[in-house]
Design a protein around this ligand. Structure first.
Ligand SMILES: *[C@@H]1O[C@H](CO)[C@@H](O)[C@H](O)[C@H]1NC(C)=O
Length: 340
């Protein structure tokens, strides 16, 4: 009897062990969604060569939460591909992916990071359902051929810190809901076909420190609310069709270091605060229709690595205080109407 019980106990233990190990070895419930993403993204060919087996948590580029086995990060950068840069000498994924970003990612409701960048040929649209991924913190689809618009309810992504859609073929306007992205620190939509105006409540994105909207077809004026962004360090609106004047308060934002507004249709005078700003080191206002005299308020603490005001309609004398700045790297005042 004793022996029998022992045997039963042993069998139970073994069964328990087997079932435990199979729980451990089982794929995440997100397996299907990741596999579908891989298939769609690779356009049928050249998929992730080591994306095999049913435990997607071990696949290159996929990170799961160790407790829940739910997928939290997807990081697929072409530059990490071994045919360009060796990754421990192993073939991780190969081929030029030409597919699209499948709706199946929207099933990954614990997803915090989605980076699919620099594949050049990945096309299709940003799945509209992506705005239901409420844990998303980093969305980087830069360097592809993605077209269509930015989902109109993008503002629902309240945890989003990075939104990088640069170097694609995205069109339509920047949805007004974007201003609800209260955690956003970095916005890059440069080099697309985005038109329309910058939403007037742009200044609602209080955490924003870098905004790159260059090389699009954005029109309208620069919203005055931009001057309320106290963390803004780099603002690049260059190569658009932005008109109107430069908001007065922009030079008073505390940490602004780069302001690039070149190649637009800006008019009016340059706000004096831009020249007396201590932190601003790169100011490019070239190729606009700015006019009037330069204010004589350059300050001795100013440190300009770039000050480019060329190709405008500026007139009067070049102010004497410009010689008092602590440092002047590239200075270009050419193609204006300054007095000799
Ligand atoms: C300022 O912007 C113009 C127009 O894009 C560009 O050609 C120029 O090189 C920039 N200036 C500097 C000094 O970088």
């Amino acid at each position: 009897m004793r022996l029998m019980l022992n045997k039963v106990w042993l069998i139970c233990s073994i069964l328990l062990l087997i079932s435990l190990s199979s729980v451990n070895g089982t794929s995440s419930t997100d397996y299907g969604a990741v596999a579908a993403l891989g298939n769609a993204i690779s356009g049928g060919g050249g998929t992730a060569t080591t994306w095999s087996g049913n435990d997607c948590c071990t696949w290159p580029g996929i990170v799961c939460d160790p407790d829940t086995l739910r997928v939290t990060d997807i990081v697929l950068r072409a530059e990490d591909a071994p045919d360009r840069v060796p990754t421990n000498g192993k073939l991780v994924w190969s081929g030029d992916w030409t597919g699209l970003i499948s709706d199946s990612i929207c099933l990954l409701d614990q997803l915090s990071t989605l980076i699919v960048s620099d594949w050049n040929s990945i096309s299709g649209e940003i799945p509209a359902c992506i705005t239901s991924l409420s844990s998303l913190r980093i969305l980087d689809l830069s360097g592809n051929k993605i077209s269509g618009g930015i989902p109109s309810d993008i503002g629902k992504l309240s945890q989003l810190i990075v939104l990088n859609l640069a170097d694609n073929e995205i069109f339509g306007s920047l949805p007004p809901s974007v201003v609800n992205l209260g955690s956003l620190q970095l916005l890059d939509i440069s080099n697309n076909k985005i038109s329309g105006e910058i939403p007037s409540e742009f200044g609602e994105m209080k955490m924003l420190s870098s905004a790159t909207l260059s090389q699009n077809q954005i029109s309208g004026s620069i919203p005055a609310s931009i001057a309320t962004l106290s963390r803004m360090a780099d603002l690049d609106l260059s190569m658009n069709q932005i008109s109107g004047s430069i908001p007065e308060g922009i030079g008073s934002t505390p940490v602004l270091s780069t302001l690039n507004l070149c190649s637009n249709q800006l008019s009016g005078e340059i706000p004096a605060t831009l020249f007396s700003s201590k932190g601003l080191s790169r100011l490019n206002l070239s190729r606009n229709s700015l006019e009037g005299k330069l204010p004589d308020n350059f300050c001795s603490e100013s440190y300009f690595t770039v000050l480019d005001l060329s190709y405008n309609k500026l007139s009067g004398e070049v102010p004497k205080s410009i010689r008092s700045v602590k440092y002047m790297g590239t200075l270009d005042l050419s193609n204006n109407n300054f007095e000799a």
